[in-house]
Design a binder for this molecule. Sequence first.
Ligand code: ATP
Length: 585
Amino acid sequence: MKFSIISDAFQQMEATTKRLELTDILVKLIQEIPEDVIAKAIYLIQGKLRPNFEGVELGIAEKLVMRAMSKSSGIPLKKIEDDYNKGGDLGQTAENILQQKIQTTFASEVITLEKVYDTLFKISKLEGKGSQEMKMKYVSSMLNDATPQESKFILKILLGTLRLGIAENTVMDALAIAFTGKKENREIIENAYNVSSDLGKVAEVISTRGVEEIEKFQIKLFSPIRPMLADRIKSGEETVEKFQEKFAAEYKLDGERAQIHKQKDKIEIFSRSLEIITSYYPDIVEKISKLIISEDVILEAEVVAMNSNSGDFLPFQELMHRRRKYEIEEAVTKYPITVNFFDVLFSEGKNCMDMRYEERRELLEKIIKQDDFARLIPMSIIESKEQVLEVLENSINSGCEGLMLKHLDSTYRAGIRGSNWLKLKREYQNELGDSLDLVVVGAFFGKGRRTGKYGTLLLSTYNDEEDVFPSICKVGTGFTDESLDQLYQILSPKVTLKKNPRIVSEMEADVWFEPELVIEIVASEITQSPIHKTALDKIKEGTGLALRFPKFTGKIRTEKNSEDASTDEEVIALYKVQKKTENQE
Ligand code: ATP
């Protein structure tokens, strides 16, 4: 398939801001893609080469791309750099620059989608000595054959800056319309995606074997399942009202969610955002097989750091010591963990997701041989608000964040945030009633002890309808000297020359970042704001929502992508609850 078909569609998508139009263009594009390349095309549309959990990264430097452009066009590097510095988008620079080349050279070979994909894939595999030269060779060979417009999009994919505003939901809508004629059939596609976490594969199966096959999509060991998520709740009373009968109360531990896949002695661990994290936990790999009485299983657990002397749970940040490539053995001894199981999704060749909560818990109790390292999360079956308060108290006293309240009949609904699981945190009971996970998009330099560091951060929510990051507040409290240092180290490599177009803010930050890092914030109130852009026009025309007295909780949410941050809708919902409470008072 000619790459120009895809790049023409990308061009149209770039020009529109309306989600419906975007879906239409995508539907037409999908209908033109032959079945043997549809998986590759779907990954490219999302700006990647493989599903996230395979961890295939392109990792290429802008400088190298500019050299490749110069090589294939004969235009001096300096001129390319000047154009780039003016515009700040290397893809666009390529289009401008190569326009000049086209008049001087003969028409070259037509570039295909397969060629682009395969070359990008080869680039992703290159490492070590001589790899930079090889990367440059591959990039310039693609640029030799590509038109200026094609070059623009190839480079955007290569540099990870393809921002067409296509979220996974839009791709699923478009697949449903293209293959079944109806957007309503997206649910079938979503179910398949929820158990495979691989949209390319879903598209390939639907295209080659039809919708019926998608309905039969099975869980597969070592392909992560999208996690089931919980709704927030403010009180035990609300839980009793919602469930109307007995329910399970589990401690909500403050650690890292781990989806553990095991087949005989082979173990793989996936994070909440479905990346492979096995290498951070060699102790789990070493010990867990002996503690699980099942040949092949998929289990969910919360991994928590603990104090080896007292046995107490330690806060989530302590796990960050495990995020090392080297000296991991040392971290394993210095920062011990426990693995606290709370669900079983697959066992002995059988999908357990359709089993009721109680049955899954019973099975889990049979499968896990508990010891100091592996445990089951404490659970009790209760029915009154007084009991909720009592268990909540106990959980907080043991260093937990609160409770997870689960409906006894609930099946495991992959990828869904629903009311069968409710979370009740301690801080829900005061002020704003909840913490928010916000994206760090910019910063202002500090003064006094904070000189040379980022003293204040500019934060955004995620607007999933438009795939952008509108600002919600600045935060300058809650930081320790240590956390300021740590944030500086994480954030300084993310500084961009220009504000990323997905950041929506009127503020003039001292520096802008790629919107990638998520941190946890508490605040006293949500207020209407003429400056901030979260929920703009949703409550009142020309006005957004902002946080009053925001404070950093100390938690850097490395396990969350920026698209997992709190959304505009969540902030609106909290704002409405706050208004209702104010009116009652
Ligand atoms: P949060 O910010 O509250 O962690 P989240 O968006 O990561 O939210 P939620 O579904 O809202 O995910 O909250 C559930 C999270 O709590 C899980 O992702 C898991 O990491 C953690 N957790 C701790 N204890 C439990 C438990 N007993 N059952 C399920 N999840 C638990």
